[in-house]
Each structure stands twice: as C-alpha cells, then as structure tokens.
Design a binder for this molecule. Sequence first.
Ligand SMILES: C[S@@+](CC[C@H](N)C(=O)[O-])C[C@H]1O[C@@H](n2cnc3c(N)ncnc32)[C@H](O)[C@@H]1O
Length: 252
Amino acid sequence: MSESSNDIKRAYDKIAAIYDQRSWARFWQRNEKPTVLALIRQWAPRVTRLLDVGCGTGMYMEDCVAMCCEYHGLDISPGMIEVARTKRARLASALGRRARLCVGSVAEIPFPDLTFDVVICSKVISHYENHAALLGELVRVVRKDGLLLLSDIHARHGKEYGVFRKDGEEIVARVKNYLRDPMDDSRALSSMGCMIGAIREISLANCSWQPARIGVLGNLWERPDCPILYVIAAVKGKHGEEAQSTYSDMPS
Ligand SMILES: C[S@@+](CC[C@H](N)C(=O)[O-])C[C@H]1O[C@@H](n2cnc3c(N)ncnc32)[C@H](O)[C@@H]1O
C-alpha cells in the first residue's frame, strides 16, 4: 500500500463516526444514489453478485441487498467498515445475510477476474492520481457483459481537497482530490473494452434535492450549472460509441 493510501485510510478512520452526518453525505444520498440505482435497473436488471468498492459506511448496501443475492462491500478504512457493519446489524436478518463487508483496497481487489455482475465505485478513485490503473482493476473483476458504475466528483467542481469538519467547525481530516472530467474516464474505460452506456452530470441546477445554503457548497451557488458529480455506466466487453453527457434523470 502506498503512503498516500495510508493517509487516506487514516483520514477516513478519523471521520467514520461523523461521515453520515455531513451535509455532503445527504447530497450524495439524495442525488447520486437514485441516479446510480436507476442505471443499475436499466443496464443490469438481474444481479446475482454486486461489489461496492470503497463502500464507506454502506450508503448503497441496503438498496443493493434488496436487488441482488450477494452484496460485497470493500473499503480500505476499518473505521468506515465498522459503521457499515453496525448498519448491517439493523437490517432484517434475511437481507443482512446477503451483505458481506471486508477491509481491502481498490488497488488490489481481493477477488478473481470476472466475478461480479455489477461493480459500483463511488467517490473513491478521485483520491488517487493514477485513475487508469484503478479503472483497470475495477474492470478486471466485472464479468463479461457486466456493469461498472463509476461515480465521482467532477473536475469542473474544482475542489482540490476534501476537508472534513466536526460540527462544521474543527478540521478533523483533509484528503487530496485528483479530479477528472468524465470524458477522460470514459475514454479510458472504452480503451479497456467497455461500452459507455450513460454519463450523467449532476449540478445544483439539475439535482432533485438541494441542500440548505450550506457553507461547504461555497461559490457553487453562483455557478448552479457547474457539474458537481458524474456517474458513468460502462458495460464490459461491448464496444460502442461514447455516450453524450446528459443531465441527470432522477427517478422521483
Ligand atoms: C467519499 S467516501 C465514499 C464512500 C461510499 N462509496 C459512498 O458513496 O458513500 C470514499 C471511501 O473510499 C474509501 N477508500 C479510499 N481509498 C480506498 C482504497 N484504496 N481502496 C478501497 N477503499 C478506499 C474510503 O475509506 C472511503 O470510505
């Protein structure tokens, strides 16, 4: 594990207990998650095994166990996995049994090639400079015709650092972001044999849930069309034209 992944692991361990209380966490819950789940329903209507890489506190866990037989959550931070385990314990036992959680890295996913029908990777690889290598590792574990859902902070958002504050005040941790334009990740995925099915860009102007005027959004209020987040749906083993970027079509 490189020094920077150790720093990131430590940062998330520090903030695990407060991660879900942050305004941004609600923004992802209400705006990113419905987009990702709608794309799974559209592109992978039958899912047996799903991997959530960098699953964090398990934002996707409950919805995913309801739609697949086996949900695997993998995260580098034992603290984030611990919070996800607490949430799993609150699920009905039949659902909880379908959710497996373990500590591990996107740099070396502890599963054989072609294991999963669906792989989700949400807001993880922007922490690292070498997107291509990590994308390659994600693609490796998707089965042929399986689906990779990549969501991340948009380059135009321009946040060089993620700053985590306790009660909105004291800085608890800071992590560097290496932000990308979704077209760069799409091109990389196409070159790895994936067909880009959809690219969604979510901004304040088109998101279905707008947070109260939280400070963390900073000057984004003056740039409502600026994309904050992108979501790419890529099908492995199908080559095709690159999809045009479209505004998010949130399910109601
Ligand atoms: C911004 S959080 C997103 C969590 C979750 N995907 C979500 O959308 O709520 C980023 C997560 O990626 C994890 N992470 C960072 N580097 C990782 C790596 N190399 N391998 C696996 N997980 C990693 C962090 O520990 C953290 O839980």
